[in-house]
Design a protein around this ligand. Structure first.
Ligand code: ZN
Length: 185
């Protein structure tokens, strides 16, 4: 079982809570703290979402957004091939659904769970939506924007920095992708 704490990366949560002048709404936007059990439970739902993408030939990436009560308010899976839309990533679909559910673009009190490290587009949208916390499964060394290629989620010049937990159910999330690409060969 991959541990969320086995990755040598800066603690974004600690960085964001220490005199975070650039994030005036951070206090009101605080998501519930990390509970490893809850994180794994929501990540399993994100994995179920990812599996739905396979039916239409899309790379299996899934996302869920939970509110501060721990209720799932939005889900999404990759629909890039299905819609022939370069922006139809799991996170974008979930962010739009969450905003529609809340009735506001600012997603206070939410946590976004996604099986794969967000890309630059999705990380940008997460910052714009003021999502307080992001949990992801496995790194994306080719396009990840939470530390692998870029670190948009920790960029000090932006006005919002979510706390980030990486590596939740890492092996399962990575296996989804590995099996998908192996089956296509
Ligand atoms: Zn993306």
């Amino acid at each position: 079982m991959a541990s969320a704490s086995n990755r040598p990366r800066p603690d974004h949560a600690a960085a964001a809570s220490g005199g975070d002048k650039a994030s005036p709404d951070a206090g009101a936007a605080r998501a519930p703290g990390a509970s490893p059990d809850a994180d794994e439970r929501f990540m399993r739902l994100a994995i179920e979402q990812a599996e739905l993408a396979i039916a239409h030939g899309d790379v299996p990436v899934g996302a869920v957004i939970a509110d501060e009560r721990g209720d799932v308010i939005a889900t999404g899976h990759n629909e890039r091939e299905l819609r022939q839309d370069p922006s139809a990533h799991a996170e974008m679909i979930a962010l739009r659904a969450a905003a529609a559910h809340i009735g506001h673009w600012r997603l206070l009190g939410t946590t976004l769970y996604v099986t794969l490290e967000p890309c630059a587009m999705c990380a940008g949208a997460i910052v714009l939506a003021r999502v307080p916390r992001v949990v992801y499964g496995t790194d994306d060394p080719k396009a990840g924007a939470a530390g692998s290629v870029l670190d948009i989620l920790a960029e000090p010049r932006l006005n919002h920095r979510p706390s980030v937990t990486a590596g939740v159910l890492q092996r399962e999330c990575a296996a989804l992708l590995k099996d998908f690409f192996a089956a296509r060969r």
